[in-house]
Design a protein around this ligand. Structure first.
Ligand code: HEM
Length: 379
């Protein structure tokens, strides 16, 4: 329908790779921050508690505040930190696959989503943040509800779920920051407290900043990564020729992960607002108007990718699935590590894995979520 298409609910949809990429990097396009949300009025979704809370986290901030908070967050998953996490990811993955194998042996089939994809990200990030494992199931549930505040067009009941989840998560993470301030350790939350104490004289404001960062890291790390794990496995099992290629050449696994990210991004839409009246590909966009960058479409743009509808682990896939510009995903190295570790282990341990039937999806638009992924090793 074109590169810039009016959205039926207002604003515009941007579909080409080149334009989405350019807008993400262009500083005149802003994220919908707290001031923008307040201007939309009390009766809109933007004034929901969950939405207000999100506007105080990294993807809801614009420079100069964004620059300050992002600098304080640091490079969470640089090469050295990732080396420390690598062993833990490998160990957790093997344990989850042990359980999967047991279930496959006992029942003949198993839900890969429930047993593996939903588990790996919460265990990895929970251990990294130093959270008690007993809390993981509740945190995962709350994340699923909270994400509605970030959906494209959430209903009133979805926003109510998100508000309730946000309130519970606020209590959880405020308490966590309080505990770590009392008894600091060698963990990221204690590290962020030290950093913020150095730049923010008001201790209450420093704790609030650390709370928002910890909260967002959990929210950002769970569903997205679970979806990537399930999507990569589903795509490979649906394309047995590609699975066979990987079995023959496991060194291609990182390329396969990038192709899965391109072919079906966990987050299909990223939104920006215009900081002033402007034109995009000849279409007028007024100050404060929203554009939805359709990442899922951009990743299959025939002007950018050869045979975009073909899932091909041999290609050097480029994509916008981790966004771009100053908001580029801070957790991309961790998500990639989890996905490559899992696929390598699967190729080694369960080379005969097959889909039993098509997966079920939650009715979402922006944040994809697979509900079930039934697999078997039976012929
Ligand atoms: C496959 C998994 C993941 C996907 C697809 C993904 C996607 C994204 C996207 C699209 C954004 C930018 C939103 C925007 O531009 O408005 C983003 C930002 C972010 N992500 Fe991820 N993410 C993933 C995993 C993770 C993980 C594992 C973590 C942390 C452990 C994480 C932490 C963050 C943070 C902190 C930001 C905010 C960056 C900023 O605004 O400056 N993400 N992610």
């Amino acid at each position: 329908m074109g590169e810039v298409v009016p959205a039926p609910w207002g604003g515009h949809l941007v579909t080409s790779f080149e334009l989405c990429d350019r807008l993400l990097r262009d500083r005149q396009w802003l994220v919908p921050d707290g001031a923008w949300r307040a201007r939309q009025g009390e009766a809109t979704r933007w004034s929901a508690d969950s939405s207000r809370e999100m506007s105080k986290t990294l993807p809801g901030l614009n420079p100069p505040e964004h620059t300050r908070v992002r600098r304080a967050a640091g490079n969470m998953f640089d090469r050295r930190s990732l080396e420390d996490i690598r062993l833990s990811v490998a160990e957790v993955t093997e344990g989850l696959l042990d359980r999967l194998v047991d279930r496959l042996t006992a029942d003949g089939e198993a839900d890969f989503g429930e047993l593996v994809s939903e588990e790996l990200p919460v265990i990895v990030i929970g251990r990294w943040l130093g959270l008690p494992s007993a809390d993981y199931p509740r945190l995962r549930e709350l994340t699923h509800d909270q994400v509605f505040a970030q959906e494209l067009l959430p209903s009133a009941s979805q926003l109510a779920l998100s508000d309730a989840a946000t309130a519970e998560l606020r209590e959880y993470f405020t308490d966590l920051v309080r505990q770590r301030r009392r008894a600091p350790g060698d963990d990221p939350v204690s590290g962020w407290i030290r950093v913020w104490d150095g730049i923010e004289p008001d201790r209450g404001a420093a704790d609030e900043a650390v709370y928002h960062l910890s909260l967002f890291v959990l929210l950002a790390a769970l569903e997205t990564t679970s979806t990537l794990l399930s999507t990569a496995v589903r795509l490979l099992l649906e394309h047995p020729g590609q699975w066979a290629r990987l079995r023959a050449a496991p060194e291609r696994v990182p390329a396969a992960v990038e192709e899965a990210l391109r072919y079906d991004a966990p987050t299909h839409v990223v939104s920006r607002v215009a900081s002033r009246d402007t034109t995009v590909a000849g279409v007028e966009v007024r100050e404060d108007e929203m554009v939805h960058l359709m990442v899922g479409a951009a990743n299959r743009d025939p002007a950018h990718h050869l045979d975009p509808e073909v899932f091909d682990v041999g290609r050097r896939a480029t994509h916008l699935s981790f966004s771009g510009g100053i908001h580029y995903c801070l957790g991309a190295p961790l998500a990639r590590l989890e996905a490559t570790t899992l696929l390598e282990a699967l190729l080694r341990r369960l080379p005969d894995l097959r889909l039993v039937r098509a997966p079920e999806w939650a009715p979402r638009v922006a944040f994809r979520r697979m509900l079930t992924l039934p697999v078997t090793t039976r012929p």
